[in-house]
Design a protein around this ligand. Structure first.
Ligand code: TXA
Ligand code: MG
Length: 468
């Protein structure tokens, strides 16, 4: 038996025994509960099963914790136990119902939504995570999810009004927010991120009135896009009003605005009563954050508060489109693809190719963006790196290859949207492994794959494949 075969069979045995163990705990809980329909025991059983799974995994595999989700252990567990598990009366609470979905998300509903939950959050809130371990951690640290989130939002809104920095989740990436009308507050964003003052910020709005206050005119096509894609991952560049301080727009006469769809982001903006300027909450040039922990690791000290709303669903930044010229122009590909935009307003131009060419002409002159500390190479053939245990691989789709270094799947089923969602998380995970090199192949250049490739090209240190 080769080393790989031994390891594989060992893993199979481990998976089987861990699943059986988890299932036994749940079944025991159900059996001993007074009423089979009482889900309190089931929820307890599930949480303890998760903890046992985690501990078992740690003992067998080592400290590489997030592997639980990677190995599909908990997915199997959830699937076998009836797809979704109701977390009624979790921790003796009768007002919250939890549902854990196999796709790494948890919904919780407030039973007395009408009376108890203010208009800030919807009665059912679904949070997404990169893996089940993160779901378990969030639930354990938020025994009163609505009350805690609402308290965090009220506190965050007050801090925004006071001129402090608050990090918050959006559907794209986490933002580092400040009151966009307060230049002193905005200056702190640049300082915290070490971001040059020539790079303008996106302003986030919670309603149409705020939008109207930030710009001097809204062209017809911009209006159409807003109707179609807001709230959502689309940023619109228009002439700015005097309300917007010049530090926000890096001295340019235009402002970039978007209305995020993440309910926590919307609640924060609406509660604060301020438009919120927010770049991605990472150090300038580094990989963007898709969890509160990512923000904490790089900017924990700079933030007056970090609101933890799980993982971002889109996973890469918004599409930025400018309405300054005759024909609208996409300045940055992102969550909404060009085809969707064109189906709404007709032909648009795109800067993407020009940007790729510019970095071809003068590689190194362009500041790198979205980059890992470990060098990332875009390659045509991953096979060349398969025998290197010091090389991490970002993989799109299944591969028959056995890689000796660590592998992070962007999407096993080769789904570009899933790849976007996992991209930064995967880059960060490999970056934490002290490897010599990370390698990746570009995705097919369609839909959101274009935006993923744009980020990979900017993050990569080599330029050999930049034209692919
Ligand atoms: O999804 C997103 O857009 C995230 C979340 C937090 O909303 N934000 C984000 O911000 O990606 P940031 O700062 O990392 O990227 C903002 C991009 C930059 O490429 C910047 O140059 C461009 O938007 N931008 C901002 N204002 C602009 C303006 N007035 N004209 C042209 N480009 C602008
Ligand atoms: Mg950024």
């Amino acid at each position: 038996m080769s080393f790989d075969q031994r390891e594989q069979s060992h893993n199979l045995v481990m998976e089987g025994s861990v699943i059986l163990l988890g299932m036994r705990i749940i079944l025991d809980e159900i059996r001993t509960s007074s009423d089979g329909s009482d889900c309190k025991s089931l929820s307890k059983g599930f949480v303890s099963a998760m903890l046992v799974l985690q501990e078992h995994y740690r003992l067998v595999v080592g400290e590489d914790d997030e592997g639980i989700a990677d190995h599909g252990l908990v997915e199997n567990l959830v699937r076998q136990s009836g797809v979704a598990i109701q977390f009624n009366q979790y921790l003796n609470r009768e007002d919250i119902a939890y549902t854990i979905h196999p796709g790494h998300s948890v919904s919780f509903s407030h039973r007395q939504a009408a009376e108890e939950v203010s208009s800030t959050l919807p009665g059912t809130l679904t949070l997404h995570f990169h893996n089940y371990r993160d779901i378990a951690a969030w639930i354990v640290s938020h025994p009163q999810p609505y009350r805690q989130l609402e308290a965090a939002l009220a506190d965050g809104a007050q801090k925004i009004r006071d001129g402090a920095l608050v990090a918050f989740p959006t559907e794209t990436v986490y933002g580092l927010g400040a009151d966009a009308t307060n230049p002193i507050a905005v200056e702190q964003i640049f300082a915290a991120k070490k971001r040059p003052l020539y790079d303008p910020l996106i302003v986030h709005v919670g309603d149409q009135k705020q939008m109207d206050s930030l710009v001097t005119e809204i062209t017809e096509r911009a209006e159409q896009l807003m109707k179609r894609f807001w709230p959502g991952p689309l940023t619109i560049v228009l002439p700015k009003s005097p309300l917007v301080p010049s530090i926000v727009t890096a001295g340019t006469p235009t402002v970039a605005v978007r209305m995020p769809s993440n309910p926590i982001a919307l609640a924060l903006i609406r509660l604060s009563g301020k438009p919120i300027a927010a770049p991605s909450a990472n150090l300038f040039g580094y990989t963007s954050p898709t969890t509160a922990m990512h923000v904490h690791q790089q900017l924990g000290d700079a933030c007056a508060a970090i609101i933890d709303g799980g993982a971002c669903t889109v996973g890469i930044e918004s599409t930025v489109i400018s309405f300054l010229g005759e024909t609208p122009k996409i300045l940055r590909p992102g969550g909404i693809d060009q085809q969707a935009i064109e189906s709404c307003i007709g032909p648009v131009r795109s800067d993407v190719e020009e940007v790729a060419d510019a970095s071809m002409v003068s590689p190194g002159l362009m500041p790198s963006h979205y980059a890992t500390t470990t060098p990332l190479w875009i390659v045509d053939d991953l096979h060349e790196y398969a025998s290197r245990s010091d090389v991490g691989v970002l993989l799109f789709g299944e591969s028959g290859e056995v890689f000796h270094g660590p592998v992070e799947y962007l999407s096993k089923k080769a789904d570009p949207a899933e790849a976007a969602n996992r991209l930064y998380q995967a880059m960060r995970r490999l970056d934490g492994k002290s490897l010599s090199l990370l390698v990746v192949r570009l995705l097919p250049e369609t839909g959101i794959g274009i935006a993923v490739n744009n980020r990979l090209r900017k993050a990569a240190v080599n330029t050999s494949s930049k034209k692919n």
